[in-house]
Design a protein around this ligand. Structure first.
Ligand code: AKB
Length: 342
């Protein structure tokens, strides 16, 4: 008998950890966690099944197929935008080939199950590419179909993976004599920069926000790698998890696109510093822009228009800027770094 599981890839990452905790809190007891890095102990206890391994390993994929029945997949594993620029081909392998392999696995699973497999995919603001600051200012909050010309490997990978998902959902093997009756129910969300109170991101370009905050809480100086006026949207991690689960639960007939923007607040790096100083008045935060990482954030929009998600599946964030800092980030971060051994 194959064991029925909810598969979470990228389980040891920031979003993976937060999602697993939320799923477990809502009573999901059959999580299969997959990551190249071992799971932190406090996450492992929520997962009856966990595998440390690489999505690109064919033997591992065969094992997943033979041991598990997988009607739901949260495919979170990815190499983020800064890291991907140092190893673009490796990023392509993880972000594109890894996704392709998992889509194929989902199609095989759908055949066994006799129903489409839910495939939830976090995409990113990085799928957008604005050519210069004047255009960025003029564009304002971008809609899903606008400015889909990313400048990063990660952005290209995410945009293409969205299209692969759309293809597997609607056009897979369209000329085959016997097309599979069921494939994947693919749903993607384009996230802004995410901020967690419990984990610090690594390898991304929106990392300056959370890095600034966590450094201040640890009493360490921080040199921000973008200019003070740099503006992009951010979201508190609980809202990101809420968005994934809301989109997953939305009735298929309500959905009008395969990839949705979500957002909650947009602010400049200077304003971010102001928020951090309100909570940690002694924080030492300077601006030492890195020209190349700056270029990446400059190519991302100042905000994302999420009216489609609001209309189709009732999206609304719980945390605006004020609540995010006052009720989620600052209290939890304070506690985290005052705990013994933190
Ligand atoms: C990154 O900075 O690469 C990610 C993202 C915006 O998707 N946080």
């Amino acid at each position: 008998m194959r064991k029925e599981v909810v598969l979470v890839t990228g389980a040891s990452g920031e979003m993976g950890q937060a999602l697993i905790q939320r799923l477990s809190a809502s009573g999901v007891r059959n999580i299969l966690a997959l990551d190249v890095r071992p799971l932190p102990d406090e996450i492992r206890k929520h997962c009856p099944y966990s595998i440390t391994g690489d999505l690109l390993d064919d033997k591992l994929m065969d094992r997943l197929v033979s041991e598990f029945s997988i009607p739901r997949i949260f495919h979170l594993a990815a190499l983020l935008s800064t890291r991907a620029e140092f190893t673009p081909e490796a990023a392509h392998r993880v972000n594109v080939d890894g996704t392709l392999g998992l889509l194929k696995l989902a199609v095989d699973q759908a055949m066994w199950l006799g129903q489409p497999v839910k495939f939830i995919f976090p995409s990113s603001i990085a799928v957008y590419g604005l050519p210069d600051l004047a255009t960025k200012a003029r564009a304002g909050a971008v809609r899903e179909h606008e400015w889909n010309i990313p400048t990063t490997m990660y952005g290209c990978n995410k945009l293409y993976a969205e299209h692969l998902g759309r293809y597997y959902a609607h056009h897979y093997r369209q000329l085959a004599a016997e097309r599979p009756q069921h494939t994947v129910d693919f749903r993607a969300i384009r996230f802004p920069g995410l901020i967690s109170a419990f984990t610090v991101p690594s390898g991304g370009t929106s990392d300056y926000g959370p890095e600034m905050l966590h450094a201040a809480a640890r009493g360490e100086p921080y040199a921000c790698f973008v200019r003070e006026d740099t503006t992009m949207p951010f979201m508190a991690m609980p809202d990101a998890i809420k968005a994934l689960l809301m989109l997953e639960a939305a009735p298929q007939e309500r959905l009008t696109t395969h990839a949705y923007n979500v957002t909650s607040f947009s602010l400049s790096a200077g304003d971010f510093r102001g928020e951090v100083l309100r909570a940690f008045p002694g924080a030492e935060i300077t601006f030492v822009p890195d020209r190349r990482r700056q270029g990446i954030v400059d190519s991302w929009p100042v905000n994302q228009d999420d009216s489609r998600a609001r209309q189709d599946w009732g999206w609304a964030p719980d945390y605006d800027l004020r609540r995010a800092f006052d009720e989620y980030l600052v209290p939890n971060i304070r506690e985290r770094y005052t705990m013994p051994g933190a």
